[in-house]
Design a binder for this molecule. Structure first.
Ligand code: 0YR
Ligand code: MG
Length: 370
């Protein structure tokens, strides 16, 4: 099997109720800039990054995929994905300008597309190619009921519906709003509505200073929260270490970290409890696996962040021993050939061969080709 052509793709999918916000981000669409990698046997591999649908930036990512990395892939065998990852990763003209950011997101999308081809060629869903089992329990927690711009009553009724009608046993609430007392009121209202047995995660998206985080996270502990996510600025290793040593609630982070060595720094420092790598921010499946192994060796659970809207991560969770809990956000549900499926609060193992990012026919017809 040989790579014949790379085709850029940009997909922008509307988010729930026309717009969501956390303490730091506000968006109306989820962006999926990526690539279709064509092979000489007719198979097509798909891989996408995850963005806030900023078209000029999405074009840079798609352009980097096709024009910076593309020529290095012509004629190569996509089944040699780890060797190709290494070849692209050590391309000095490219990493000279970016060992994180656009070039890294581009590499991630390519790596996913190559794993997709490898799995399609083998006729296997990626989780099976990676040695996983469909009988493994992969629990889903839902983030889509807890946005910071949902009025309190809407948030409470959404969370109740997710638990009582859809079967989730865990939901995530955004905190880090302008008034910390309001954060506490919102979490308390959801705790009272859901009762003591449902797990509630909280996510401040990097908003707080260290003293704010110590104060508010300590008070959130009254509502028995499962973790506090990104309490302070994303890159602050020592701040998270000090926080983790100070508060009783576990610290979760990783969605903004680009590289395995970045994760190594947080893990070695004792600055993270729940490790949240994202296959679309790391350089794909290949680097995700490096991080998950590292977490596993340090007795830390991996609960991936779903910049891929869980399409690829569900495969990884059925295969990697560190992963048994996975976020769920539904924004690509209407665009994928085999959207993520959850029953009774657990992921169903996908059946189609590949890595899970093949757009539906309808989506392909509508997609804005970059
Ligand atoms: C905006 N999940 C997150 C939104 C989400 C963000 O990017 O999707 O809140 O990525 O923090 O844990
Ligand atoms: Mg988060």
């Amino acid at each position: 099997m040989k790579i014949t052509k790379l085709e850029p793709i940009i997909l922008h999918a509307p988010v729930t109720r026309g717009g969501i916000a956390d303490s730091t981000h506000k968006l109306t669409h989820w962006g999926a800039p990526g690539v279709a990698v064509h092979a000489d046997n007719g198979l097509v591999g798909y891989g996408f990054s995850g963005t806030h649908a900023h078209l000029p930036t999405d074009r840079l990512i798609a352009d980097c995929i096709v024009n910076s990395y593309g020529p290095l892939l012509a004629g190569e065998d996509p089944r040699e994905v780890r060797a190709l990852w290494e070849k692209l990763h050590k391309q000095s003209e490219i990493y000279w300008v970016g060992r994180a950011g656009i070039t890294h997101l581009a590499l991630g999308a390519i790596d996913i597309a190559l794993w997709d081809l490898k799995a399609k060629e083998a006729g296997l869903p990626l989780w099976k190619l990676l040695g996983g089992s469909a009988s493994k329990k992969v629990e889903a927690y839902n983030t889509d009921g807890g946005w910071l711009n949902w009025p309190l009553e809407v948030m409470v009724s959404d969370c109740k519906r997710l638990v009582e009608e859809e079967g989730y046993r865990a939901v995530k609430l955004k905190v880090g709003g302008p008034n910390p007392k309001e954060d506490l009121r919102r979490v308390e209202a959801v705790r009272n509505a859901l009762g003591p047995d449902i797990r509630i995660m909280t996510d401040a998206n990097g908003r707080w200073s260290l003293p704010q985080a110590i104060q508010t996270a300590s008070r959130l502990a009254d509502f028995d929260i499962a973790w506090i996510e990104e309490p302070i600025y994303f890159d602050d290793v020592d701040g998270h270490r000090r926080l983790a040593e100070t508060i009783a609630t576990p610290v979760a982070l990783g969605e903004q970290l680009y590289t395995a060595s970045h994760f190594r720094d947080f893990i070695q420092a004792g600055a993270v409890h729940y490790v949240q790598p994202d296959v679309v921010r790391l350089a794909g499946v290949t680097e995700f696996w490096q991080v998950a192994d590292m977490a596993w060796c340090n007795s830390l659970p991996v609960a991936p962040h779903v910049g891929d809207m869980c399409q690829v991560h569900r495969h990884l969770c059925f295969a990697h021993p560190a992963c048994s809990l996975l976020e769920y956000i539904p924004w690509l549900r209407d665009w994928m050939e085999e959207p993520a499926k959850i029953e009774g609060g657990h992921y169903i193992a996908p059946e189609a061969p590949g890595a899970g990012m093949t757009p539906s026919r309808k989506a392909l017809a509508e997609i804005n080709r970059a």
